[in-house]
Design a protein around this ligand. Sequence first.
Ligand code: HEC
Length: 270
Amino acid sequence: MTIQTRAAAIVLGMLALGFPLAAGAYPGGTPNFQTDAAPYCAGCHSSRQEFAFSGAAPGMAAKQLVENKHLAVIRAGKGGYGDLTAEQREELVGHIQALDAASTVQLNVIPKAKPGEVITVTVDVTGGAGPVVGIALVDRPHRALARPIAGSGWQVVGEPTVLGQDFKEQTEWLHLRPADAMRNLSFVNVKGIRSDAAAGEWGRAQVVWKLRAPTTPGTYPLVASYWYGSEKASPLGIIDDPILGKMLRGGFAGGSGRILFSDVIGVKVR
Ligand code: HEC
């Protein structure tokens, strides 16, 4: 295939998948969708946690795990990975494994509240290839069942505070949502993230939410969901296309995206 026909094939592939080229791309996060998201939206992403598919059809979890959905495809030299030598493919796998090991998500909250009380929830993430990561509060660590946190009775109070890699507050993404539509979202994009697996440098971000507790006493689980990419953290994970610019080696529909859940914290409301 010539470079031009390959570029055309990539463009057609992206259009066939229903993706606008400049707007709303998923590698790159959701620049133009300012609303609550849940992990089910990210069917292409792979998982590092088998429990994220508990109760799913037999074989489903295995298919979605990083090792099978992403690393095995690289090792086999399928698609864009076929342009790399076996040594380069192993190097890319090594970079991705280092990025995954450095990518974490942690939710911090004091696990008790009075009915209707406003509490503070802090989510810290590390790693993520960048340039964007996605972070949300959900009600269970499950790829098919997790709901935005409002589904279980919590109400997000006001705008979440988003701190990027430079630990400066950022409002650009959130403010694309008109103020009169209310900006109390449970999902955000964090921009300006950069990890470099070859240099061992990793991204980080923090989001702080205020939540009003449900009015009915009980124990309510809080979980953070973390969407991140992996390939752009490696020079081998990017194809510098003369026409389209920087492209993912695994392609738009490849398994290089991730969904990672934090530990579950049960908050006692009484
Ligand atoms: C067509 C497949 C596909 C779907 C569907 C998809 N993603 Fe992704 N997404 C990807 C790929 C591939 C990457 C990995 C980029 C990389 O490896 O660097 C990614 C990465 C991301 C990133 C990190 C940004 C980046 O460039 O690294 C975020 C945030 C994200 N996706 C959010 C979402 C959300 C939210 C949804 C659902 C609304 C979603 N994705 C659905 C393919 C998809």
